[in-house]
Write a new protein. Structure first.
Length: 278
């Protein structure tokens, strides 16, 4: 079965496990580096119920250091080789805004999801690569770069209206360029204040009605731990609460650090939905 067929109708919410091949991602428990630690992480998240593994070789946390193309390629290639060996049947996503990394991942794996925090704005060739190979594409809303984004949180018309308008225009443009399988990500924590993140979450249902699967990345983010005055390591309970709300409003994919807990939330929410009055 082709990847697009496995994702074409997301009738059941999916759990995407974060596998970071980085030394500086904000949640240190998600970091892996050598083949042994990557394999252990991949085996664990698959056993816990992840249906998608998201490989990232470039930290996108606010203020993160830049990473050269060659270094990102090396990290991603190392991780993908391990995934092919220990979890060949899992759906693979590659978290990159660089077309060279995306193309190399597709060459290695055949079909992958390309998860682009810039929605094609950081690398003009990205859309051509995605369209040429016909792979699913996650387009996320962000302003600036990870190094500058938190200086770009002014939204004249309000964050909800501007993010919605962005996806209206961006998805139309992507489709005009030949991208067929689009997933949208509102970009929680990217060029948004804590208050704006919650405004966006409260209106998530409107994005879920645009006709595209919606991916949410809420896991252990600053909108959780700063509001609760805890550390990222202590933010699992808050994350779980927000995951329930995202599912309630129609999110299709939860991108998470903690797979077992997210799978449990999905299972509980699916059972709850069956009991709702029709």
């Amino acid at each position: 079965m082709r990847l697009r067929d496995r994702l074409s109708v997301v009738s059941h919410p999916q759990v995407m496990a974060i596998v970071n091949i980085t030394p500086d991602s904000f949640f240190d428990a998600s970091r892996t580096w050598d083949e042994q630690s990557i394999a252990a992480r991949v085996k664990r998240v698959v056993a816990e119920g992840a249906t998608i593994i998201d490989i990232g070789g470039y930290s996108s946390r606010a203020g993160a250091d830049d990473v050269t193309l060659n270094e990102e390629l090396s990290r991603v290639e190392r991780a993908l080789a391990v995934v092919k060996d220990v979890a060949a049947d899992v759906i693979v996503s590659v978290d990159t805004f660089r077309s060279r990394v995306a193309q190399r991942a597709i060459e290695m794996m055949g079909e992958v999801i390309i998860n682009d925090i810039s929605a094609g704005e950081a690398d003009a060739a990205m859309v051509d690569v995605v369209a040429h190979y016909g792979v699913p594409y996650v387009a996320m809303h962000m302003r600036g770069t990870p190094q500058t984004m938190q200086h770009s949180t002014a939204y004249e018309r309000g964050v909800v209206e501007e993010v919605a308008a962005y996806f209206d225009s961006r998805t139309e443009w992507l489709m005009s360029r030949g991208v067929k399988d689009i997933i949208i990500d509102p970009g929680f924590g990217f060029a948004k204040s804590i208050e704006q993140n919650y405004e966006l979450l409260a209106a998530l249902g409107s994005l879920c009605q645009k006709g595209f699967p919606v991916l949410v990345g809420l896991s252990r983010k600053s909108m959780v731990y700063n509001l609760l005055d805890v550390t990222p390591a202590e933010a699992l309970n808050g994350t779980t609460a927000l995951h329930w709300e995202a599912l309630r409003q129609g999110a299709s994919i939860l991108r998470v650090h903690d797979v077992r807990e997210a799978v449990e939330v999905v299972k509980l929410h699916e059972e709850y939905k069956k009991r709702l009055p029709r």
